[in-house]
Design a protein around this ligand. Structure first.
Ligand code: SF4
Length: 312
């Protein structure tokens, strides 16, 4: 019968599937809740503080003092929410001091007064034609039936204009920067965003960059015809693999360093867990595959202050 296929592909789903297909299944297909993470919550608070810095202070007034005040405000906003409450971080001086450090490091990477921001936390989605591998019937019985489209979605941390009025995509990272060997792989997420800009806005960014606030260090790349085409190929290959895994209910564990931050040990046979403990109702709640025929999906702006088109 198979498992319900997810409705869309995002950079985080791509990364999760590549890291460990079984953890991907638990999270995306079965929708098992994961324990709240202090690290992830800190990332949310810092992202919110930097978003406030871009919108609450005009260029010329984006000082470190203003950014730290925004951090206090972001923390106060979020710490009483479900995740903050579950973590019990109210009044945690060590947490706040470390978050301050990340914001200070941001100022080492760039001068925020130089940023001509046109959008933050932008949700974009685009449907692309999906051509599953073999079509000659030789794979009959080994592949699920084809679907017409693949929906790609992503939330861009920050979209801005450079001095020439060209688009630049910026993604903040609050965890450790990757080693040199993984650098290109980690840029996959921002190339994904460049692809979405190209499809949705009809303009390819001239630069994508990751700002790693912990080190601090910046990693950038220039999207090209090749990277855009490669992203589409990679996305369809991953989607094909996910669809097959759902069809055959075959998501394999991939034990490794990723297990240290995995919240599904109780269900994972690779680390002594029991997969039969996965509640059946969770999987049933997923619903059917959600991608319909290709349709024009406009930019969904989550920041209501965004003067996106007017700024061009
Ligand atoms: S414990 Fe490791 S192998 Fe098992 S699901 Fe989690 S990441 Fe995958």
């Amino acid at each position: 019968m198979g498992l319900a296929i997810p409705g869309s592909l995002t950079p985080s789903k791509v990364a999760a599937f590549k890291d460990c297909a079984l953890a991907f299944r638990f999270s995306v297909i079965d929708r098992l809740p994961e324990p709240p993470s202090t690290q992830a919550f800190k990332g949310t608070v810092v992202h919110r503080a930097l978003e406030l810095l871009m919108w609450e202070q005009p260029q010329g007034r984006r000082t470190l003092a203003a950014a730290l005040a925004n951090l206090d405000r972001a923390f106060a906003e979020l710490v009483t929410g479900p995740e903050g409450s579950a973590l019990g971080l109210e009044g945690d001086a060590e947490f706040i001091e470390d978050a301050y450090e990340l914001v200070r490091n941001y100022f080492v990477l760039e001068d925020p007064d130089s940023v001509r921001v046109i959008g933050t936390e932008l949700l974009m989605q685009a449907d692309i034609g999906f051509r599953p591998g073999l079509r000659d019937g030789s794979d009959q019985g080994t592949r699920p039936p084809p679907e017409a489209t693949l929906r790609l979605r992503g939330i861009i941390d920050r979209l801005e204009l450079d001095d020439d009025g060209e688009l630049v995509v910026t993604d903040y990272k609050t965890g450790r920067a990757p080693g040199e060997a993984q650098e290109q792989a980690r840029l996959g997420g921002v190339h994904f965003y460049a692809f979405l800009c190209d499809k949705v806005l009809g303009r390819r960014p001239v630069r994508v960059q990751l700002l790693h606030l912990r080190e601090p260090t910046a990693i950038g790349a220039v999207p090209s015809d090749q990277s855009i085409a490669g992203l589409e190929l990679q996305a369809t290959a991953i989607w094909d693999a996910i669809r097959r895994a759902c069809y055959f209910e075959d998501f394999r564990p991939k034990p490794g360093p990723v297990c240290d931050r995995c919240g599904f040990h109780a269900y994972c046979p690779a680390v002594g867990g029991n997969i039969s403990l996965v509640p059946a109702a969770q999987a049933a709640a997923q619903g059917p595959f959600a991608c319909g025929p290709s349709e024009a999906v406009p930019l969904d702006v989550r920041a209501p202050r965004l003067p996106l088109v007017a700024a061009w």
